[in-house]
Design a protein around this ligand. Structure first.
Ligand code: CP
Length: 320
């Protein structure tokens, strides 16, 4: 595997999950694979879990790691071609990317959607410039439209906790005070559609996810109905994806606190496990009692970020 953005990049998903289980059982087994190899992790946006888990994964494989926070200490980067650079951006991505590539073997990029232009975001303009101009394998550490390391960790976690062969997994929108990208729900939907689960998505009208991620998924606008009998509840906020409301792309259409996951919502499920990618806004997305309950698996879910990243980096290293 050279680049990593989508579930299809892993090939046989069952084999990838088996590999994740083997890596988790002995995470240092491949520590000679990354000897004299360097991972460059580039952050255009904040991160706690991705920053720590991906570094840990690279070190599990014996790699050296360089972390660059582009907006703190590096030159501010221009990403558009053909502009007169008379503002506060001192360096162009077209020079910066090939320069960065000189110092590493693999590049991870975190770059959120900008909500300025839906086409630019959904074409993954920034991530694809890294692929095009670095000549290195590039993996998404959450880019404009996808968060595959998170979705892989989510699926590993569901595999570990499921109590029946084909569990019901519900992705539910929940309110948030700020406009958030669609990367996490997009990837979660993409990966659940590829997995052997009964997958349901629920959200208010206007929050329809892009068909390339939810084509064929069961969408239920009544959150209570969607949650009935659920084995896993995956809560997440996202802003308007601009599918049925193109003019509202990236905007907040609802702050309906009736969608917050509380004990009453969990009571209609099949004693479901609660999941969230974190960071989470308590009192908005989920109540304290639900996230602190024994059925909340947000911490093991975060722990599996190390495993998903180890498998992905291992596969990239094997392709070098
Ligand atoms: N879930 C996740 O990606 O967390 P961070 O934004 O802290 O990396």
């Amino acid at each position: 595997m050279r680049h990593f953005q989508h579930v299809s990049d892993l090939g046989d998903l069952r084999a990838a999950l088996d590999e994740a289980r083997a890596v988790k059982a002995d995470r240092f087994r491949f520590e000679s694979l990354g000897r004299h190899r360097t991972a460059l992790l580039i952050f255009f946006n904040n991160s706690l879990r991705t920053r720590l888990s991906t570094q840990k994964a690279a070190r599990n494989l014996g790699m050296d790691v360089i972390v660059l926070d582009v907006n703190q200490g590096a030159w501010k980067l221009e990403t558009e071609r053909g502009v007169v650079m008379d503002g506060d951006k001192s360096e162009h991505l077209l020079e910066a990317v090939p320069v960065m590539a000189q110092y590493c073997d693999v590049i991870g990029v975190r770059t959120f959607a900008r909500f300025e232009n839906r086409a630019d975001d959904y074409q993954e303009k920034i991530l694809n410039q890294f692929i095009q101009y670095s000549g290195r394998p590039v993996f998404s550490m959450e880019s404009a439209t996808v968060h595959p390391l998170q979705a892989f960790a989510d699926l590993i976690t569901i595999e570990e906790y499921k109590e029946k062969a084909r569990p019901k997994v519900v992705l539910t929108w929940a309110p948030h005070p700020r406009s958030l990208p669609q990367a996490v729900p997009n990837s979660f939907a993409e990966w659940m559609m590829a997995a052997d689960v009964d997958f349901v998505v629920t959200h208010p009208e206007g929050y329809e996810l892009d068909p390339r991620f939810v084509e064929g998924a069961h969408v239920e606008y009544d959150q209570w109905k969607a949650l009935e009998g659920a084995d896993f509840v995956y809560a997440k906020n996202w802003s308007c994806p601009g599918v049925t409301r193109p003019e509202a792309y990236g905007q907040i259409l609802s702050k309906d606190m009736g969608w917050t996951i509380d004990a009453a919502h969990m009571a209609v499920t099949n004693n479901a496990y609660f999941m969230h990618c974190l960071p989470v806004r308590r009192g908005m997305i989920v109540t304290d009692d639900v996230i602190e309950s024994p059925r909340s698996i947000v911490i093991p879910e975060a722990a599996n970020r190390e495993i998903s990243a180890t498998v992905v980096l291992k596969r990239i290293l094997e392709s070098l």
